[in-house]
Design a protein around this ligand. Structure first.
Ligand code: CP
Length: 304
């Protein structure tokens, strides 16, 4: 496995995380136009599972960095003839690609790819990991509060099937924040400490709502959309009880009127679309790192 791959937040030290966040911020100001210096940076985006934000923010980041980008559609590839994931990725390596970005429904699919030599950036594996979503969440929180230490974060919804919950827990605890989980009992995850959501909205600096992952077998626990919203969702009443400076986050896509009242998606405390912008910035940073470039020098920062 290439040492510049990013597969899980476990791969990153605290110092690595802060370097990526600093680079992402610099990509928004002093280094907006920075491009990879080599002539050829051929990247393939292998999405075996649906995506809008992750796929196209990776693609936006790649074009802005001067990469040549290939999009792969599993349904139009030799995967339909039974080719394995390993053989598919090895093929991209063999025909000259320099990096691959992979999303796959299988937890830790990357364990099969240890003999791949080009860097792999994980764009989400089953209910396992979503490191770039985690990094964009961290950037959003750090921009808001100036620190990632001592924050109270509640993550509410389908915790059991959520790779975002898993990656954010791993990183936020490592960085000194307190993370609690809320939602239906059947979606609790062993080792993930719970809190009553009605109590949590007054305790939290960050209220992060999650989508019900129907594609991973989550039902609605016998509830209608409005029953779910009333019991476990972010209603206007709960929003009104949040701390003055608290924010609402959601990895999206959002099921409006299920986990969050539709009027709150772009409410004052919501950072949902800012998260998406930050996603493009952190992906530029992890692509640069993936190609082996050291972090930018911070003294060049002239951000306002
Ligand atoms: N948050 C996220 O991963 O969104 P997509 O599934 O659209 O990439």
């Amino acid at each position: 496995m290439n040492k510049n791959s990013l597969l899980s937040m476990r791969d990153l030290s605290v110092e690595d995380i802060y370097s990526i966040l600093d680079d992402a911020r610099l990509f928004n100001c002093s280094f907006k136009d920075w491009q990879l210096p080599m002539q050829k940076a051929l990247v393939a985006n292998l999405f075996f599972e649906a995506s809008t934000r992750t796929h196209f923010s990776f693609e936006s980041a790649q074009y802005q960095l001067g990469c040549q980008v290939a999009d792969f559609a599993a349904g139009a590839s030799s995967v339909t003839k039974g080719e394995t994931l390993y053989d598919t990725v090895k093929t991209f390596e063999s025909i000259g690609y320099d990096m691959v970005v992979i999303r796959h429904s299988q937890d830790e699919y990357f364990k099969e790819l240890e003999n791949i030599n080009i860097p792999i950036l994980n764009a989400g594996d089953g209910a396992g990991n979503h490191p770039t979503q985690c990094l964009l969440d961290l950037l959003t929180m750090q921009n808001e509060f100036g620190t990632l230490e001592g924050l109270n974060v509640v993550i509410c919804g389908d915790i059991l099937h959520s790779r975002v919950a898993a990656s954010d827990k791993e990183a936020l605890e490592k960085l000194g924040s307190t993370v609690r989980f809320a939602g239906p009992k059947e979606w609790e995850r062993p080792g993930y400490p719970t809190i009553d959501f009605d109590e949590a909205v007054e305790w939290a600096d960050v209220v992060m709502m999650l989508r019900i992952q129907k594609e991973r077998g989550s039902g609605m626990a016998g509830m209608t959309d409005s029953e779910y919203l009333e019991k476990y969702g972010l209603t206007k009443e709960r929003y009104a009880r949040m701390k003055d400076k608290a924010i609402v986050m959601h990895p999206a896509p959002v099921n409006r009127g299920v986990e969050i009242d539709t009027d709150l998606v772009e409410a004052e405390k919501s950072r949902i679309f800012e998260q998406m912008h930050n996603g493009m910035l952190v992906r530029k940073a992890v692509i640069k790192r993936g190609f082996g470039f050291a972090p930018f020098k911070k003294e060049k920062e002239v951000c306002v």
